[in-house]
Design a protein around this ligand. Structure first.
Ligand SMILES: Cc1ncc(COP(=O)(O)O)c(C=O)c1O
Length: 458
C-alpha cells in the first residue's frame, strides 16, 4: 500500500526542545529606561521558571515528564504525504504536511499551552490570563489549564469573537472564561473603545488587556501567558520540527522547501527552527514564513524596536513591525492579524536565512478549498496562507521540472471557521490591499525608538 502517513512511534517522541538562541544572537528587549530588560522586571507578568527559559542559551532543554504525558494524547503528530493535492496541481513536487490539527483544540497551540500551564502550576500560580485572535490559542490555554487545575481567562479579539461563537463555548467546556476585546474590564480596553467604539479589536489591544488583568491581581497568584512571539513559546513548538526531522529520516528523505504561515511566528518557527539549525551547519534548504498581504509585518514592515501590544505595556522587542497601534483589516485568518513578528524569526529574515512571503486572502481560500477537496481536511484560515505558498512552490517545481520535496506545517483544522468558508464559497470575501501611505503612517509610531543593532550570525 502507498505510504500516506509517516508515523513516529510514541517512544520516539523528542524529549528535549531545541533552543535557537544557542545558535543565533538577537538584540535584547529594552525596558522603559532604554536599557535591556532584566529577568526580575518580567516577574509580575510571567513565572520565573518561564523567564529563565526565555533568556536561556542552552541548545537543548528537557521537556518535563508531566508535559510529555499530556502531549502524548496526540503526539507525535503524523507527517502525511499530500499526494491527492499534488495530483490536482499536476506537479512533480512531493508535498508533505505535518498535521497539527490532531490536538484536542485543533491546532499547534497546545504544544506551548501545556508547557506554560505546567510551569505556572509548579511555580504556585492559580490563574492565567491571555488573549486570543482566532480563538485557537484561547482554546489551547483553556484546555491546558484544565489539565493542570488552573483558572483561565481569555480576552478574544472582537471580530473573531463575533465570527466564531463556538470557540467561546469550547473554552467554557474546558472551564475557561472568554470575553470580547476591547472590553470595559481594563483601562486598555476602555481606551480602545473610546478611540473607536466600533473597533474590530486587534491582538495588540487584547494583549494589553490580558497583561493588565494579570498584573492587577496583587495576590501574586495570577500570571499572563502569550501564545506566540516570545522565545520560550517558539522553543516549546520545536517539538514539531524535531519530530518531522525524525519522520523524514524514516523515509530516507529531507525537505528542499519548508513553509509555515506566520502570525507571531510560533508554528512556523516550531517546524522550521530544527531545520534552520541544519542550514546554519551548511545544509541546503529554502525556508519560507508566509503572512497575509493585509498584515505584512515581515515583507513590508521595518526591522525596529516596538512594543508587542497596543498600550505599550510590553518591553520594546527587536522585530519587524507595522507599528503597535496598527489595526489590520478584519481578514478571517484572525491568528495572522498581528502587527509584529517574533524577534528570532525577524532576525533570521533580516539575515536572509529565511525568506518571508505574503499571500492574498482569496488565493489562500482557493488553496484551502482545493485542499479540502483533495486531502479531505478543512484547513484553518491561517493554514490556508501556507497552502497558497505551497501551490506557488509546486508550480515552480513544475516549471523547473524538478521533484522537490515541500514540507508545510498544517497548523490547524478549520472546523470552527466554517462561517468564513461559507462566505468565501458565496463569493463574499475580498482581498485587502495596504497602501504605502498606510504603512508609513502606522510605522511612524516607532520613529523615536532606539534602533536594533545590525547583528550578523552568518
Ligand atoms: C491554526 C493557526 N495557525 C497559525 C496561527 C498563527 O500563529 P503563529 O504565527 O504563532 O503560529 C494561529 C494563531 O492563532 C492559528 O490558530
Amino acid at each position: 500500500m502507498f505510504q500516506k502517513q509517516i508515523l513516529l512511534p510514541q517512544d520516539q517522541i523528542p524529549r528535549q526542545w531545541y533552543n535557537i538562541l544557542a545558535d543565533i544572537k538577537i538584540n535584547p528587549p529594552l525596558g522603559p529606561d532604554g536599557n535591556p530588560v532584566k529577568p526580575e522586571d518580567l516577574a509580575p507578568v510571567f513565572p520565573m521558571n518561564l523567564i529563565e527559559q526565555e533568556v536561556s542559551t542552552e541548545r537543548w532543554i528537557d521537556i518535563p515528564e508531566p508535559v510529555l504525558d499530556v502531549l502524548a494524547m496526540w503526539r507525535p503528530s503524523p507527517l502525511i504525504r499530500a499526494n491527492a493535492f499534488e495530483k490536482a496541481l499536476d506537479t512533480p513536487a512531493r508535498i508533505y504536511f505535518k498535521y497539527e490539527g490532531v490536538s484536542p483544540p485543533g491546532s499547534h497551540k497546545p504544544n506551548t499551552a501545556v508547557a506554560q500551564a505546567y510551569y505556572n502550576k509548579v511555580f504556585g500560580i492559580e490563574n492565567m490570563t491571555t488573549e486570543t485572535g482566532a480563538g485557537q490559542w484561547g482554546s489551547a490555554l483553556s484546555f491546558a489549564c484544565s489539565q493542570f487545575g488552573l483558572n483561565c481567562k481569555v480576552f478574544m479579539v472582537r471580530v473573531s469573537f463575533d465570527q466564531k461563537p463556538y470557540r467561546k463555548a469550547m473554552m467554557e467546556a474546558w472551564g475557561g472564561t472568554c470575553i470580547a476585546s476591547p472590553s470595559q474590564e481594563t483601562k486598555a480596553g476602555r481606551d480602545a473603545l473610546q478611540r473607536d467604539p466600533e473597533t474590530p479589536g486587534s491582538l495588540g489591544i487584547a494583549i494589553s488587556e490580558a497583561i493588565e488583568a494579570a498584573v492587577a491581581d496583587t495576590s501574586g497568584k495570577t500570571r499572563y501567558s502569550l501564545g506566540s512571539v516570545l522565545n520560550h513559546v517558539l522553543l516549546h513548538q520545536t517539538i514539531i520540527g524535531l519530530e518531522a526531522r525524525k519522520q523524514f529520516g524514516m523515509i530516507d528523505a529531507y525537505p528542499d522547501i519548508i513553509i509555515g504561515c506566520a502570525g507571531g511566528g510560533s508554528n512556523f518557527a516550531g517546524l522550521a527552527f530544527p531545520f534552520v539549525y541544519d542550514k546554519l551547519s551548511g545544509r541546503q534548504v529554502e525556508i519560507y514564513p508566509v503572512e497575509p498581504k493585509a498584515c505584512p509585518s515581515m515583507t513590508r514592515g521595518p526591522f525596529v524596536y516596538d512594543h508587542g501590544d497596543t498600550s505599550g505595556y510590553t518591553p520594546l522587542l527587536p522585530m519587524h513591525s507595522l507599528g503597535h497601534a496598527f489595526v489590520p483589516a478584519p481578514i478571517h485568518a484572525g491568528g495572522l492579524r498581528y502587527h509584529g513578528m517574533a524577534p528570532t524569526v525577524s532576525q533570521l529574515a533580516e539575515e536572509g536565512i529565511i525568506e518571508p512571503k505574503s499571500v492574498g486572502q482569496l488565493e489562500s481560500y482557493k488553496a484551502g478549498v482545493l485542499w479540502a477537496r483533495t486531502e479531505g481536511i478543512i484547513p484553518a484560515p491561517e493554514t490556508t496562507n501556507a497552502l497558497a505558498q505551497v501551490v506557488k512552490e509546486a508550480q515552480r517545481a513544475k516549471d523547473e521540472g524538478r521533484e522537490k520535496i515541500i514540507l508545510v506545517n498544517f497548523s490547524g483544522h478549520g472546523l470552527l471557521d466554517l462561517g468564513a468558508y461559507a462566505k468565501y464559497l458565496a463569493g463574499e470575501l475580498t482581498d485587502f490591499a495596504l497602501s504605502d501611505e498606510e504603512i508609513e503612517r502606522s510605522t511612524a509610531i516607532t520613529a523615536d525608538y532606539p534602533r536594533p543593532e545590525r547583528l550578523k550570525n552568518v
